[in-house]
Design a protein around this ligand. Structure first.
Ligand SMILES: *Cc1c(COP(=O)(O)O)cnc(C)c1O
Length: 471
């Protein structure tokens, strides 16, 4: 047997130890825990995986229960098979078209299905892409509008200030777009019982610097559809009178996945020649967990070529349009799965159920006598209501706060200009918020109302804090 000595002299780095990744195995649980990990600084050493998991898990227990969150439009329940597929794809980067060509193909099929669903005149010519959500999709659509306007007005721009016409009820992403891309936001205020954009006001605000009009299907404030066809007709009329040709973008974050199934005769989409682009949130009524949206243009003419970037794809190049570079592929796969799984009939049934729950709930809340409905859940499965005129003991903020004690998250907020006097509660009914859960909400409201009616007056002192809800 050889007689061994110390470190071999020829060894390149005798002092080097074995390669050991802190993720391997359990670190000494006692040694690792002599000092609690700091909260706002990267800890010096590793923790055993179970301890790290438990710490994070425990802190998150205090998050609300997402299924009881009636404030959000975003999907909070998918079936387990969708979860498995998403877990299988969480390591795939959507931008690596060459490495994950099948994921790229599923994205392409989703765009084709949406082009068909939204009646693109030639679905094979429509162009579109997935995004992280409607916000990114709206940025892309807004950029395309601005570029097209700039090209039409090359003699005046820079110099002229572009503007975008929309209702004051638009989602905050449009204020972001106008801020980030230096476009003037021309907002039509609410008036009386009109809580969204109307055709005449939209056309009246347009001029030679208008890059487009945004019509929302449906408004986040009350779930109502804006009159897209009327807005287009008013702009047709404007063109006849002034020769201004103003394109319309439809923000269908929610409604573009409701109307095609429940309101087939409503013309809001590419059937209207003036509609040049549409967005939706795959993660709202598209029924996928958060992280996916879609933007589509009627034809390549609506999407200026210079905005398109090219990435490598199977040796060729693949056009892309996105703000992000890397992005998870799992949500796109889950969208394709859901399209395949439900089909038109399945989507119709799911959305009809949500609308039935919303309408039923709205009616029962109206029947209580303490509230006045602004909308009835018959467009988006969403309704807004306020306290009845004779109710002085409590306000909507009290109702929101008391419901929270029972686990329900129902937001209360004040309307924008010119209806700042109006404060409402809003309920968003989604797949997974069943008629049974709606019964429980009614039971809880009935339990709370006698106490609310006995209040000496509304309890909300800090209205500004109470109304900081962002849609
Ligand atoms: C939710 C919503 C948005 C923003 O969409 P995200 O998918 O959350 O980014 C934009 N517009 C409308 C009308 C919305 O409802």
């Amino acid at each position: 047997m050889a007689l061994h000595k110390g470190p071999h002299e020829q060894e390149s780095a005798p002092a080097r130890r074995l390669a050991f990744n802190p993720f391997y195995g359990e670190a000494n649980p006692v040694g690792g825990m002599t000092e609690a990990p700091p909260r706002h600084r990267l800890p010096d050493g590793p923790l055993p995986p179970m301890s790290a998991y438990q710490i994070v898990h425990d802190e998150l227990m205090l998050d609300g229960n997402s299924r009881l969150n009636l404030a959000t439009f975003v999907t909070t329940w998918m079936e387990p098979q969708a979860g498995v597929l998403m877990a299988e794809c969480r390591d795939k980067n959507m931008i690596d078209k060459d490495e994950y060509p099948r994921t790229a193909e599923l994205e392409r099929r989703c765009v084709a299905m949406l082009a068909d669903l939204w009646h693109a005149p030639d679905p094979t010519a429509a162009v579109g892409c997935s995004t992280t959500g409607s916000s990114e999709a709206c940025m892309l659509a807004g950029m395309a509008l601005k570029r097209r306007w700039a090209a039409r007005n090359a003699d005046r721009y820079p110099g002229a200030r572009p503007n975008l016409v929309m209702g004051v009820n638009v989602q905050v992403c449009w204020e972001k777009f106008c801020n980030f891309w230096e476009v003037e936001a021309r907002l039509v205020p609410m008036q009386g019982d009109r809580f969204h954009l109307d055709a005449a006001s939209a056309a009246a605000l347009c001029d030679e610097n208008t890059i487009g009009v945004v019509a929302v299907l449906g408004s986040t404030f009350d779930g109502s559809y804006e009159p897209v066809a009327d807005i287009c007709a008013a702009l047709d009329d404007l063109q006849e009178r002034t020769s201004l040709d103003i394109p319309v973008h439809v923000d269908g974050a929610s409604g573009a996945m409701i109307a095609p199934f429940l309101d087939e005769d409503l013309e809001w989409d590419f059937r209207l020649p003036r509609v040049s682009s549409i967005n939706t949130s795959g993660h709202k009524y598209g029924l996928v967990y958060p992280g996916v949206g879609w933007a589509l243009w009627r034809s390549p003419a609506e999407l200026p070529e210079e905005l398109v970037f090219r990435v490598n794809y199977l040796g060729g190049d693949m056009p892309t349009f996105a703000l992000n570079f890397s992005r998870p592929g799992a949500q796109v796969v889950a969208q394709y799965y859901t399209f395949l799984r439900l089909g038109r009939e399945g989507y119709r049934t799911v959305q009809q159920t949500s609308r039935d729950v919303a309408r039923g709930l709205a009616e029962r809340i109206e029947a209580m006598g303490d509230f006045r409905l602004l909308t009835r859940g018959d467009q988006l499965p969403v309704f807004a209501f306020t306290t009845a005129p004779d109710v002085t003991a409590f306000d909507v903020f009290d109702v929101s706060r008391r419901l929270r004690e029972r686990g329900w998250l129902v937001p209360a907020y004040t309307f924008p200009a010119d209806r700042e006097d109006l404060s409402v509660l809003r309920v968003v009914c989604r797949n997974g918020f069943s008629a049974d859960l709606a019964d429980l909400l009614i039971e809880d409201l009935n339990l709370l109302l006698p106490e609310l009616r006995r209040q000496p007056g509304p309890f909300t002192h800090d209205k500004a804090a109470a109304t900081s809800f962002h849609h």
